[in-house]
Structures are given as C-alpha cells and as structure tokens.
Design a binder for this molecule. Structure first.
Ligand code: AGP
Length: 626
C-alpha cells in the first residue's frame, strides 16, 4: 500500500541522503501518493550530533521536494523515506511518515496495519505517552523508542516491539544513540527487499527503488528482520535470537532502470499501453513449440500425467487480474475441457470453498502482493489444492508461496490502472490452456500448431492498434462522448470480461460511472438505463455469437442510446454512431485486440477531463491490506 525506502551511502562526497531517498520514493509513488516524508541522521547546527531529523509533507512528492530544497536535511548519509496511502488517519503532515517518538533518536516508516493499535495506544497513553498523529504506526514507533532509549539496541528494540504487535508490516527504522547509528527493517506481509552494493546498502518495498544502484537484491521472507550497515546486511528472524543470522539468496533482477521512466510519453499508462506488442513478444519468447503444436514454460513445469490429474480449476484474483481470470476460464474450459470457477479472492476467503482432490488453484496477480489474493491462495493450498501463480513480479510473495509460477514478463507496471500486465496475463492464460489441452489430448497437434500460428500473427495486428493514428482516432471518439452521464460496456463469451475490464479502466481513471455487462443480459435489466445520456460500447467479433450481439445493438439504438461498436464483425459496423474496426483473429485471441481501444478510450476520456491518470484518486497500485 505504502512505499518504504532506506539507504546508507558511503560514496565520497555524499552528504544529502534525502536526495537518494526521494529518488527511491519517486519509483515507489505508485504505491501511495497522499503524503511523503524522509527521516535522516544528521549533525544539525544547534542540535546534538547524530540527531534524527524528519521532513514530512501532505500531498504529492513534489511538496516534499520543495520542503527539502536548499539542503534542509543535508549533512546526512543514512535515512528512511515513505510514500503513503492512508489507512489510519486522513492524509496530513502529522499523519505522514516517518514517525518519531519525540526524542530525536529514531525515525520509523511503515507499510501495513497494526491491528491491535488501539489497545497498545491506550496502554502507552496510560504510561504518559503523548501521541502526535492518528496513525497505527506511531504506536509501533513509541514501542521501539521506549526500549531503544533504555538499552540502545535498535534491532533488539524493533524485535521486542514487533513481538507485541498483531498485524501486517514492512517497517524500517533509523536510529542514533550516543553517536552510534543503526538502520534496521523487518517484514511480515508486505514486500521488502534489501541490497548491498559498492558504495552503500538499501532497503525498499520494490526493487525499482534499488535498480539505479544494483540489480542484485535479496527479498526478505515473512518474519525476517535485517540489520544494515555499510558493507553488511545481516538477516535474522523476528522470533529468533539477536545475532543469529539466516541465509537468504540474492536474486538478479532482469528489469532495467528505463522501465521506471516515462520514456517521452506524458503518462506511464500511455507508455505501458504502447508497450503491449513488446510484452507479447516477451511473453511468448522461448515458449512456443510450433512443430509439436505445443508450448513449454521455463523451470520445473508439470508433466503430462500431472496435468491430466487436474480435475477442476479455481481461479483467484482481484480487479483487472480477475478479468484476466474470467478470460482464462473460457480458454481452459474451451481448450482443455476442465471445469473452472473464478472467484473474487476477497470472497473466496469467506465463502467456505470446496476443494476436491485434483483441484488446481490459479492465483493471478500483477504485483504478487495483493493481500486478498495471497490469503485466498493460501486457503486453497491448506484445503489441498495445488497452486499456480500467474504473476508479473519474480520473487514476489505469490511466486514464492505457490508451487509453480508462470511469469507474465510484462516488465514493471507503474501506472495504477493496469494495462500491459493484463495483456500479459491473457497471453499466459492462452499458453497454459493450450498446454493443458495438449497434455489431456483434447487438442491434437495440428490444432495446437494452428493456435501457435495465430498467436504469432497477432503481433502485427496488435501493432496496428498501437499507433498514434489509431490512438488519435479513439481520442476523437472520446471527445464526442466525454460529457455523457455514464457508459455501459457489453461483450459476450470470451469478450464479456473485456467489457468488464473496459468499464473498470474508465471508472478508475476518469471517475465516470461505467458498467460492464454480458451482452445477452442487457435485456434483463440494464436496458432500463438506455437513454441519450448513456453511451453503450459493444464489442462484437466475428464468431458464434456475432448475430446475437448485433440484435443487442439494435435494441440500444431503438431506445436512442448512442452506440460505439468495436470489433471485427463487419455486420455491426453500420450500426454504431462510432465504429472502431479491429483486425480479425481467432475468437480466443480477440480479447487481446479488443482491450487496446478500451484502454485508450479510458485514457483519453480521463485526459480530456483533466484527471490525474497515473495517480487516480483513492487508489493504490497494490492493495496489501484487506
Ligand atoms: C487495475 O487497474 C487495478 N488497479 C486493480 O484492479 C488491480 O488489478 C487489482 O488490485 C489486483 O492487483 P494485482 O494484479 O497486483 O493483484
């Protein structure tokens, strides 16, 4: 939810760690952007040497940068930083992190939730502690600070405090006492990685913050506590003994720093939409076996007998990833003839799910750290399911908790509205369904080969939609509909979830009401909404249900509802007030083409309305709390 960073640099001439922290926070801003702050250990004229100083500002990171101008916290080479997505207490300077215990000895940043904070706060207040904020985090700060003030061991103080709290956290603390500086962090739930390089050490919620310094990072496991100092990172356990190190293997990250830049585009979302043909290339690279009409996945894949043992699939995901899951359901049922259920991860957890022998639970997630998805997948595993992650982040909690992983290879996705990660999830689902179908002999070699051929021919078709001309044509349509009261998105079969996704994209970034519906359901209720103020976007591709969808379009037109028609069904083109012609491909692959104009439509409507596209209100990229 929030982003945390910490650094201790030994580079010659380094005297303003706040610059490094802010640079890290910029890459983490997608995780929360209602306030930010940094805390450093510095020698301040008039302050005791080694005093911990903080700067915190409500609003975007620029506000913090403004406050730091002129080297307000210069004279420091170690500190922590935070970018917040408020959970406890409104966005304000006081509630922004880092928090201190009022002694100038520690600064603490936290991502997650301390569930028993009210109880702990009451105990601390009874002991005379005066709180400065409404956050749950400040409770943790005082617990650490009180202990540190007496025994001067920051790692020990954090360990003792964490043993008192219930909840989820990634936490980092910088402290200085009697001239000795310490930097420690711990993780239980939200992600945290640590890295050591030539001229420093770092910790961060996401490798993106570390990439400018090194590509070699170590992901902490739940229950880990790390002690960082120049030239050393020691990982221990929160429930272990002080000094008892545990081994954690470093990972080489294959992302580059460019991925975290806009690359000349006005927004990350637009850049990421335009990256989708490269994503397709990466997602199929080394995975296609055209002569065998089959596909392969890197690593330790399932054998054919394993795949034949799967009798049922449960797909667990949230938001956009859930929509990819619904597409996957059509694919797996259609191509491998295995029954599939798709559940909101947040519902699965509380609906007494039935997991029969031979169930495969597939958790789909861009980040691999969505709390509901992780909890649902863990429950499925406890109930006896085998687990597969379809995930974009190598080393994320989901990939480490599942038995198998298919990486989606979309590259870092910064825009809060997911685009290229969705496309990559659809490709992974297509490949996995094909593999399952082949292993179970539902698909023969020739069919498999044809499907691979269609996939290879998809790239130029996708590229034809990823041009400035095409984007401009969608903008023109957006201009004609931008002031509508609402939008209804209709699709059928494998394109029904694309209607859901189109509606989600639009409402997320333009704050306009939009609903996605199965086209055949329109007449059972939503038709009552049709009037000139509601635009209906209808996806209609050549195929089994094209004529049925066409009659749905007629029903909207008969009620004077404006219609945007989108797809390869030529018979529908004359029925729309606006038409987006999409190249023909197989029905199974058509979602990959249809989603592009819908992403662009949402983007242009939001842009025309002047919305903050990459940082829509109230949202965060990864929802790491329930
Ligand atoms: C997508 O645009 C959303 N921001 C959101 O629905 C997202 O897809 C959802 O929170 C799941 O995230 P995940 O893929 O990282 O698990």
């Amino acid at each position: 939810m929030c982003g945390i960073v910490g650094a201790w640099m030994t580079r010659a001439g380094m005297d303003d760690i706040a610059d490094v922290l802010v640079e890290g926070l910029r890459t983490l801003e997608y995780r929360g952007y209602d306030s930010s702050g940094v805390g450093v250990v510095r020698s301040d004229p008039g302050a005791a040497p080694g005093a911990v100083r903080v700067a915190r500002k409500m609003g975007r990171l620029e506000n913090l940068e403004e406050a730091l101008k002129g080297g307000a916290l210069a004279g420091a080479n170690v500190g922590v930083g935070h970018t917040r997505w408020a959970t406890h207490g409104e966005p304000s300077d006081e509630n922004a992190h880092p928090h201190t215990d009022g002694t100038e000895q520690i600064a603490l940043v936290h991502n997650g939730i301390i569930e028993n904070y009210l109880e702990l706060r009451a105990e601390l207040e009874a002991a005379g502690v005066v709180f400065q904020s409404e956050t749950d985090t400040e409770v943790l700060t005082h617990l650490v600070g009180r202990r540190y003030a007496t025994d001067g061991d920051l790692a020990g103080s954090l360990r003792a405090a964490l043993r008192q709290v219930k909840g989820y956290y990634a936490v980092a603390v910088v402290g200085n006492r009697d001239g000795v500086t310490e930097l420690v962090c711990a993780r239980q739930g939200p992600p945290l990685c640590v890295a050591m390089f030539e001229d420093g050490v770092m910790l961060a919620s996401d490798v993106l913050a570390v990439l400018p310094h090194t590509r070699e990072v170590t992901y902490l496991s739940d229950g880990d506590l790390a002690v960082l100092s120049p030239g050393s990172v020691r990982v221990e356990r929160i429930d272990g003994e002080a000094g008892e190190a545990v081994e954690r293997v470093a990972t080489l990250v294959d992302w580059d720093t460019e991925a975290a830049n806009k690359g000349g585009y006005p927004h990350f979302m637009l850049k990421e939409i335009f990256e989708q043909s490269e994503v397709l290339g990466r997602a199929i690279h080394n995975r296609l076996l055209p002569t065998q009409g089959d596909v392969q996945f890197e690593g330790d894949g399932w054998s054919d007998p394993d795949l034949n043992g799967i009798g049922r699939v449960q797909i667990l995901a949230c938001g956009t990833a859930l929509h990819a899951g619904i597409v996957a359901r059509y694919l797996i049922e259609g191509l491998a003839r295995i029954p599939v259920e798709v559940d909101f991860a947040s519902e699965y957890r509380y609906c007494e799910p039935v997991v029969s022998p031979g169930t495969l639970a597939i958790a789909i997630s861009q980040s691999g750290e969505t709390a509901d998805t992780l909890a649902a997948m863990r429950l499925a595993r406890e109930l006896g399911a085998q687990t597969l992650a379809i995930c974009n982040v190598q080393g994320s909690t989901l990939t480490r908790d599942c038995q198998k992983t298919i990486l989606t290879h979309a590259g870092p996705e910064i825009g809060v509205a997911s685009t290229k990660a969705f496309t990559a999830q659809l490709i992974a689902a297509y490949l996995f369904a094909l593999r399952l179908g082949r292993a179970r002999r539902v698909l023969d070699e020739a069919t498999g080969a044809r499907m691979i051929e269609e996939l290879r021919h998809l790239r130029p078709k996708l590229e034809s939609l990823l041009t400035t001309e095409f984007s401009d044509s969608i903008r023109k349509i957006a201009e004609r509909h931008v002031n509508q009261n609402g939008f209804l998105f209709l699709g059928r079969g494998v394109n029904y979830p694309i209607a859901l996704e189109g509606a989600l994209k639009l409402k997320e970034i333009s704050y306009v009401h939009a609903e996605g519906y199965a086209a055949g359901e329109m007449k059972h209720g939503p038709i009552a909404l049709i009037d000139p103020g509601l635009t209906t976007l209808v996806i209609n591709t050549k195929g089994r249900v094209a004529d049925k969808v066409r009659s749905g379009i007629e029903q909207v037109r008969a009620r004077k509802g404006p219609v945007i028609v989108l797809g390869s069904d030529e018979g529908s083109w004359s029925l729309g007030d606006d038409v987006v012609k999409i190249p023909e491909t197989s029905e199974w692959l058509s979602p990959l083409l249809h989603v592009v104009p819908l992403q662009l439509f949402a983007y242009h409507v939001a842009d025309l309305k002047g919305c903050d596209i990459d940082k829509p209100r109230n949202l965060a990229k990864s929802v790491t709390v329930e």
